[in-house]
Design a protein around this ligand. Structure first.
Ligand SMILES: *Cc1c(COP(=O)(O)O)cnc(C)c1O
Length: 493
């Protein structure tokens, strides 16, 4: 007797009635994905969405079904042609990797398997832990250290700052909260520190002011004398200096703090030493540039970003903590429903004991597959290549009278501007901003801008395995063409 005849509700599933239909469509989607990346260079880096595309995203909540093929057609028409652009060879804005196809397959397979990596005795947690172990090895951390994969560098930094707070609080801060601390904690970083640290300080209840921004030297690295003075001043004023944050690759210019000196200072002053290595930690795997981050292996915690220089599809960040017990003691909570069993699926450590998340995605697979496919030496060479390209671009800027460098080029970030004689700072900023926007709108290149030592500039951050020197030649040529044109337009008006 069937359900209807028996008066029972019919049972439904999200699975297709006929798998062969979705099979054909899935093959087409993979084919389209291959072409999309193969032909990326032929498309604009970025383009504005037409009004009808924007309107499409305001359509109402779907109530009735549509064939998956129709849904995919909507994606192909309205989503895929309007990317952020960071997979393109001439995307150099902010700081993000260029993704890779093995990683994309990894994300797909992770979703097909659908495992929750909050913990348990299954292969996805093994892959997750292996990627963490590989990250430890990349930065020279001992095998006894701990770590966790998180959404990105911001979360990885906050994990490190959180463990630092709990270790240095002097009380059981998990139980009693920050209000019960005898002395307010102080953290230190340079005036170039990334904004995520501010969010972290706020979320941890320490407050933005508890993060002192220390001035930088001419190379935009933290000034160690000023740092020592600030620590002494805070001790005298009744604060508890707790943590120094070194940056290995600042977001403005790529400056790398003197990590050896910071490690020694942290030892002398009994501070937690955290390194924000979102940009630069992975330089440790290179042949030519590893010396720049020497000392990172001495940190108590490191934040690094596989979705930057390992080019894994976003999101993937990693927090490493030298003292595994301190890491676990910061986050572990074991309710009865998460107790371990002697055998079976729950017979492994819960990975939710190492961060704020309970359910965790299988983001490790995309990182793991690309590392296996290419090997770490190739990733190291690609980092060296980006650094070499940034120095190539800097030389082009220096050779061109209409352009000037605004900061020294250290690793892969070039800060420069178009200059026109007799222009005020405000007019120069407007001119360079206009160049940046037209480069975007014409689909030629995506840069961002910043201010260094009081000077507004264009900023080219090369974290891109598809960039070629000829792309940088084109950038220089187009920057000058647009600069000249905008100057002429403004004189004519
Ligand atoms: C990118 C970056 C971050 C933030 O990382 P996300 O992955 O974007 O969350 C933090 N610090 C520095 C220095 C960065 O470059």
């Amino acid at each position: 007797m069937d359900d209807i005849a028996a008066g029972r509700p019919t049972e439904e599933t999200l699975d297709p009635k006929d798998w062969s239909d979705v099979e054909a469509l899935a093959h087409k989607i993979v084919d389209d994905g291959v072409s999309y990346l193969r032909d990326v260079r032929d498309r604009p880096v970025w383009r504005e969405m037409p009004a009808d595309v924007k309107a499409f995203f305001r359509s109402s909540l779907p109530r009735s079904p549509a064939p998956l093929a129709d849904v995919y057609r909507e994606v192909a028409e309205n989503v895929m042609p309007y990317p952020m652009g960071n997979v393109h060879p001439r995307f150099w804005a902010w700081y993000m990797g260029a993704s890779n196809f093995a990683g994309a397959l990894g994300d797909f397979l992770a979703a097909v398997q659908g495992s929750n990596v909050g913990g348990g005795n299954h292969a996805a947690t093994m892959v997750d832990q292996q990627v963490v172990n590989w990250c430890k090895e990349m930065v020279g951390f001992p095998a006894s250290a701990s770590g966790t994969l998180v959404a990105g560098g911001s979360m990885a930094n906050i994990i490190g700052l959180n463990v630092a707070r709990n270790v240095k609080a002097g009380i059981d801060v998990r139980e009693h909260g920050v209000a019960a601390m005898e002395k307010p904690l102080r953290y230190y970083g340079s005036d170039q520190i990334h904004s995520c640290h501010r969010k972290g300080m706020e979320a941890l209840g320490l407050g933005n002011r508890a993060l002192r921004r220390i001035p930088t030297d001419t190379a935009l690295r933290i000034d160690l004398t000023a740092l020592r003075a600030a620590i002494a001043e805070d001790r005298a004023a009744g604060f508890q200096p707790a943590c120094v944050i070194g940056t290995a690759g600042t977001v403005n210019t790529g400056a790398i703090d003197d990590l050896q000196a910071l490690a020694s200072l942290a030892e002398d002053e009994n501070l937690w030493f955290h390194v924000d290595g979102c940009i630069g930690a992975l330089i440790a795997i290179t042949r030519s540039n590893a010396y720049r981050v020497a000392g990172i292996e001495r940190a108590d915690s490191v934040a690094l970003d596989p979705h930057k220089w390992l080019h894994s599809p976003i999101e993937a960040g990693c927090a490493l903590i030298r003292d595994a017990a301190a890491h676990r003691n910061t986050f572990a909570v074991t309710p009865e429903y998460l107790e371990m069993t002697p055998r079976g699926l729950a017979s492994a450590n819960w990975l939710s004991d190492y961060s704020l998340q309970t359910s965790r995605g299988f983001r490790a697979l995309k990182v793991w597959m690309a590392l296996k496919e290419h090997g770490i030496e190739k990733f190291g060479r690609l980092i060296d290549q980006n650094i070499e390209q940034a120095h190539y671009l800097s030389a082009l800027v220096e050779a061109e009278p209409l352009l000037e460098l605004v900061a020294p080029t250290n690793i892969s970030i070039v800060c420069f501007r178009y200059r026109a004689d007799g222009m005020s700072a405000g007019d120069l900023k407007a001119l360079n901003t206009e160049i940046m926007l037209r480069l975007q709108e014409e689909g030629t290149a995506v840069l961002s801008d910043t201010t260094v030592n009081g000077a507004h500039c264009l900023r080219v951050a090369i974290d891109n395995h598809r960039t070629r020197r000829s792309d940088l030649d084109l950038l220089i040529q187009e920057t000058i063409r647009l600069g000249d044109k905008i100057v002429k337009e403004s004189k004519a008006s």
